[in-house]
Design a protein around this ligand. Structure first.
Ligand code: HEC
Length: 211
């Protein structure tokens, strides 16, 4: 009787030990997988941050330069051609997707998709509530593929109102060019601090490393 119960105790201890080892291994495995998948997202996030910051900084810097020179034509070309060049180059080089989007777009190519529209609407709301943050991202699934979707709000500064502000803030020469080039323009009437739009990045994540 005594011997039997000692055996049973030993057996139970051994089982407990085995279970603990298995749990430990499983936890380690899950942690490794998590880390690999986090690394995929981290890398995509760094790329998204880099290109969106480069785009907004470059456009702002060159706009300022042209406006200081008093060249509205030059400035218009910056907000159109320079921005389009940067996004095209990134897309061609990386095979990813970056573009500017806005609910009140000037160039119809900048009209948002469903996902972007929802986000832009929430940016307007968050901005009114003074809760807007500098970036938003999440991993989404589309037809079995995972993507990082990243949006960085673009805020209208004072100099932007030259071409995106109230009609009486926009010089006549600029109004003329805009009317000719963008007959269906929606990108005026903004005030300083409004959400003008967003830089939107979408990056396909490599398939999961460990299954
Ligand atoms: C000199 C005029 C001018 C100024 C100043 C200007 N923009 Fe623009 N903006 C334009 C034009 C023209 C377009 C259309 C671009 C295109 O065709 O790709 C545009 C487009 C945009 C877009 C893309 C969405 C859309 O409406 O098609 C964003 C975002 C934007 N501007 C933000 C800004 C911000 C922010 C500033 C200030 C830092 C600014 N712009 C200053 C002329 C200007």
């Amino acid at each position: 009787m005594r011997i039997e119960s000692t055996c049973r105790l030993k057996f139970m201890v051994a089982c407990a030990f085995l279970i603990a080892v298995c749990f430990g291994a499983a936890a380690k495995y899950t942690a490794a997988r998590q880390k690999a998948n986090d690394t995929r997202t981290e890398k995509a996030l760094l790329d998204a941050r880099k290109v969106s910051t480069e785009l907004t900084n470059k456009v702002r810097e060159l706009l300022l330069k042209e406006l200081e020179k008093g060249s509205y034509e030059g400035a218009i070309s910056v907000c159109a051609n320079v921005a389009q060049d940067i996004t095209r180059q990134f897309n061609e080089k990386s095979g990813h997707y970056v573009r500017r989007v806005s609910l009140g777009y000037r160039n119809p190519n900048d009209s948002p998709d469903e996902y972007e529209r929802h986000k832009l609407e929430s940016f307007d709301r968050l901005s009114r509530e003074k809760k807007l943050e500098s970036e938003y991202y999440e991993v989404v699934s589309e037809q079995g593929r995972e993507y990082l979707r990243y949006l960085k709000p673009v805020i209208a500064g004072k100099m932007c109102l030259n071409c995106h502000g109230q009609p009486d803030e926009i010089p006549i020469g600029v109004q003329r060019i805009i009317q000719e080039t963008y007959p269906n323009d929606h990108a005026t009437g903004y005030r300083e601090g409004d959400v003008r739009g967003a830089v939107s990045v979408k990056i396909a994540l490599p398939s999961k490393t460990a299954k």
